[in-house]
Design a binder for this molecule. Structure first.
Ligand code: HEC
Length: 127
């Protein structure tokens, strides 16, 4: 009896799933097609900012430091940084503490003891 019930349910389920899949799949595929270039671009920017911060900032703000400078560590974790309202006001670099330290409106300008970022590097971080 139990076995029959289970059998019935799976059959019923799979008929339903197949019907749903026929409706949903093309939609999902279309969305993936439209979204992937945008996604790829923003991942690319994130990767390049990560590379920049890892080379220029990680000595003082790196994840492996027990006492990162200014209390800011994990500089390589760009996604987490973007989500941290203390440092980043989304799409508003002029009001983002992180950016203010880079363009010199907050002192000491970062990266401390090194040349300021180039305009291209600043542009990358703004994105
Ligand atoms: C040579 C060490 C050094 C390097 C390299 C460095 N920093 Fe800093 N950073 C500091 C120190 C020290 C402070 C604390 C400054 C203060 O308030 O006196 C600080 C503070 C900061 C703050 C403010 C933290 C807060 O909560 O107030 C930000 C943001 C920051 N750094 C970002 C960066 C970024 C981004 C880079 C790379 C482009 C960088 N720093 C590179 C030493 C460094």
């Amino acid at each position: 009896m139990d076995a029959m019930m289970i059998h019935f349910r799976t059959q019923h389920g799979s008929v339903l799933d197949a019907g749903l899949a026929r409706v949903i799949l093309p939609g999902v595929m279309l969305m993936a097609l439209v979204a992937s270039p945008v996604l790829a671009q923003s991942q690319d920017v994130t990767e390049r900012v990560r590379a920049l911060f890892t080379s220029k900032c990680a000595d003082c703000h790196g994840a492996e430091l027990k006492k990162p400078k200014g209390g800011l560590g994990n500089i390589e974790h760009v996604q987490a940084l973007l989500a941290n309202a203390k440092y980043v006001k989304r799409f508003d670099p002029a009001n983002s503490l992180l950016y203010q330290y880079l363009d010199g409106s907050q002192t000491p300008q970062m990266p401390k003891g090194d040349d300021p970022l180039t305009l291209d590097e600043l542009k990358l971080v703004r994105e």
